[in-house]
Write a protein that binds this ligand. Structure first.
Ligand code: ATP
Length: 467
């Protein structure tokens, strides 16, 4: 059944809350805009996506090492990176309904691309629409909108400050992206691990942005997690390495069940002065009604290390141990939002299916490796000790290897539905035959077909299928 986008988003949000995936932050105090908490199944899914990324980007490679740098960094970091001066979005306000919007998003709704355009260009485009009497508030339809002004996305704290004020002099930022920590640890990594060029440093962690409009559920939030790789190269390798990373990242999406027609490349035409290429991976979100960015792949030249060298006074170079050649490495970066991928996988997986007799089921057809729970074990009846004992023994042995649940609540049909809703690929049922034959039925989430498998083989049977 196809569900219209708004209805689909509503269903997704309510499923996430009802089944303990995602909760709005601080609900008992009326909520905190643009911030979300992850419940039991949410954290299991999020960890699985993170692990799938880490395995592909670090574990399976000999040329990438990991890092976990702190959220707080020396404030000069963000001066060097240009964030203090330039990391902002153009904002406009409606004087009537008092709502605030990103001016580039408003322009986009009129078919004008003002992504990362300077403020005067944004205001000129807005003025054209104003003159044509077309510009109206997206919320209330009023024409009383302000001019666009800059709104910094940097989140400030007074960490370690001698005063409780957020004064510019003492401010320490919460990082707006994780890669800053990679640049600051470039030298430590080279000095301690002596990686051969080319090599990458990967990290996963929280980032904070004072987004003007945090909406579309967890698509854009003020606190989120990024998974970033900075790959250090010789300048002449840029094109080859960039193409290779595009290929590798594309393959990752397909590996975890995204279909080729659900993703596409967006090529940035307007580039930062230091960048030579920038592509986004866009996913066709059914609940957002179209393609939206999930990941960016950028060729950043040697700008980052050069700037941090200038601002810190430290030499950030690579010395070729064979030739003695010394140079500032160039960087190809891949940067993806973990929460955005979480929404992508959920949105892609959620289906409502007719199961006959006027009944429907909601299923999360997640890739088995990403599913929060891999297998659920049921006794056919809860009041037969011989069944429950055998089912619990099986559950206790399976949970050593898999994320596993035991459920004896309600009838079997209801238990299947509950597992379908959280995306559990296999349900194992211990029935009366199990007592005679030492075998169980295994029910497949997607096809709903059942198969009889020997208890002695069940762990390897599941293991083979959830890879
Ligand atoms: P956008 O144009 O959507 O604001 P961006 O181009 O600023 O994103 P980057 O700075 O390149 O994004 O960040 C890399 C990735 O981090 C994005 O592709 C996205 O997946 C994720 N990301 C960025 N901002 C947010 C946010 N506010 N909430 C959730 N994820 C985010």
């Amino acid at each position: 059944m196809t569900i219209p986008p708004e209805k689909r988003m509503e269903l997704l949000v309510s499923l996430c809350k009802r089944r303990g995936f995602v909760f709005p932050s601080s609900e008992i105090y009326g909520g905190l805009g643009g911030v979300y908490d992850y419940g039991h199944y949410g954290i299991l899914l999020k960890n699985n996506i993170r692990d799938a990324w880490w395995k592909w980007m670090v574990q399976m490679r000999e040329d990438v090492v990991g890092l976990d740098s702190a959220i707080f960094m020396h404030p000069r970091t963000w001066e060097a990176s240009g964030h203090v001066e330039n990391f902002d979005d153009p904002q406009i306000d409606c004087r009537k309904c008092k709502n605030r919007f990103r001016a580039d998003h408003v322009l986009e709704s009129y078919g004008v691309n003002a992504d990362k355009a300077p403020l005067d260009v944004v205001n000129a485009e807005l003025e054209k629409l104003r003159v044509e009497e077309k510009l109206v508030c997206p919320q209330c339809g009023s024409k009383d909108l302000t001019e666009a002004k800059r709104f910094s996305l940097m989140v400030k704290s007074n960490l370690g400050s001698p005063t409780s004020e957020l004064s510019e002099e003492h401010v320490v930022y919460l990082r707006p992206e994780t890669c800053g920590g990679i640049y600051l640890n470039y030298k430590n990594t080279v000095d301690s691990l002596h990686p051969a060029m080319p090599f990458g440093i990967a990290q996963v962690g929280k980032a904070f942005r004072n987004e003007i409009v945090a909406r579309q559920f967890i698509f854009r939030t003020r606190e989120f997690e990024q998974m970033e790789l900075q790959y250090f190269i010789r300048p002449e390798e840029t094109e080859r390495v960039f193409d290779q990373w595009r290929e590798d990242r594309w393959a990752w999406y397909l590996r975890f069940g995204v279909k080729p027609e659900q993703i596409r490349w967006y090529k940035h035409e307007k580039l930062a002065h230091y960048a030579s290429q920038a592509f986004d991976v866009e996913f066709d979100f059914p609940s957002l009604g179209g393609f939206k960015e999930v990941e960016g792949i950028h060729a950043r030249g040697n700008w980052d290390l050069t700037r941090h060298a200038q601002f810190s006074g430290q030499e950030l170079v690579y010395v070729d141990s064979k030739t003695g050649e010394k140079f500032v490495p160039h960087i190809v970066e891949t940067s993806v939002g973990l929460n955005r991928l979480f929404l992508m996988f959920l949105d892609q997986a959620m289906v409502e299916e007719d199961v006959g007799e006027g009944e429907t089921r909601t299923v999360l057809k997640l890739h088995p490796e990403l599913a929060p729970v891999k297998v659920a074990v049921f006794p056919l009846l809860r009041n037969k000790p011989e069944l429950t004992q055998k089912a619990r023994d099986l559950y206790l042995s399976l949970r050593e290897r898999f994320s596993c649940e035991y459920d004896d609540n309600g009838n079997i049909g209801k238990r299947y539905r509950r597992q379908d809703e959280i995306g559990t690929p296999y349900c194992v049922c211990v029935d009366f035959d199990s007592l005679e034959t030492n075998s169980v039925t295994v029910r497949d989430r997607d096809t709903m077909t059942q198969e009889r498998v020997a208890i002695a083989d069940i762990a390897s049977w599941i293991g083979e299928r959830i890879r």
